[in-house]
Design a protein around this ligand. Sequence first.
Ligand code: SAM
Ligand code: SF4
Ligand code: SF4
Length: 344
Amino acid sequence: MTASSPASTATAVRDRLRRPLRDLRISVTDRCNFRCVYCMPKEKFGADYQFLERSALLSFEEITRLARLFTQLGIEKIRLTGGEPLVRRGIERLIAMLSEIPGLDLTLTTNGSLLAKKAVALRAAGLQRVTVSLDSLDDSVFKAMNDVDYPVAKVIEGIDAAAAAGFKPVKVNMVVKRGVNEHSILPMAKFFRERGHILRFIEYMDVGATNGWRMDDVVSAREIVDIISRELPLEPADPNYTGEVAERWRYTDGSGEIGVIASVTQAFCRDCTRARISTEGQLYTCLFATSGHDLRTLLRSGASDEALLATIGGVWTAREDRYSEIRGQQTVPLKKIEMSYIGG
Ligand code: SAM
Ligand code: SF4
Ligand code: SF4
């Protein structure tokens, strides 16, 4: 850790399983211009779906205040997410505000649809890295997955614009769902290897309650590595840091690397250092949490920094989540929160 790292002046906290608080994901909107079948299926998120009122959303000032406080407790990295973060009006202003926090690693995950328009402004505002989600290079497959007829070429345009704006390498997330896009694994690997971007395959997860998840739909990280390796041999690479979510694999010919995020088949709860703040300021200590802790009410009732720090620290200290490790043991179905709300 460097001297300017935010945690260097902090009272770093640990949870009941001795895990520190290191990463924070902030959902800046629950809205999205896509309806990915595994995330915001149209049947649930239709024309009459009630998204949050503007006044319910944390303001940029509230988000920035929380971000500063979280760095005092050990947070080194913040990822802005959603919903689709780039549909939140003025997002560049929020990035500029957050980028003033010393030593903070600031990144964002997007579906790429507004990136061609915004990449330069995001970079200028101080965003350091960007992850773009893309599930196939095949238009018919991708359109069926985003369910709004959005073409692949437009996302590639966004990725190219991001690279040109200085975000290279771009990380690309691909969720793999059996029977839907596993044939896209190899073409995607080849395409992004050639372009020098880092493709990361995500096992389809049972987040939320609307995507009708079944274990049979999961293509395991092991299977994904095997599919690629048969044509483009891979070897394991060391993690960049403890608690890295993606397992790294590099091409043996030195032409780059991929990542696999095996959240279902190889749970990594033991090293999970991630907290999440929902669009309306609920603090969650696990992606699969069934309830959060209301920070917005505290913020809006004039709570002091000390009171907020005590609450957040207390929530983290009491944390014992390890949902992915005990997924199979659940006897009663959990009332889980949707990914687009909690922030993926
Ligand atoms: N809208 C942005 C996007 O799609 O990149 C950010 C929010 S999205 C919820 C964040 C990430 O979660 C995306 O890479 C998406 O593919 C992934 N995701 C959503 N639902 C998922 C699921 N059921 N299983 C695995 N990953 C999922
Ligand atoms: Fe929107 Fe991202 Fe969810 Fe797709 S994965 S519906 S782009 S929030
Ligand atoms: Fe972290 Fe919860 Fe995912 Fe386990 S299930 S890795 S504790 S977010």
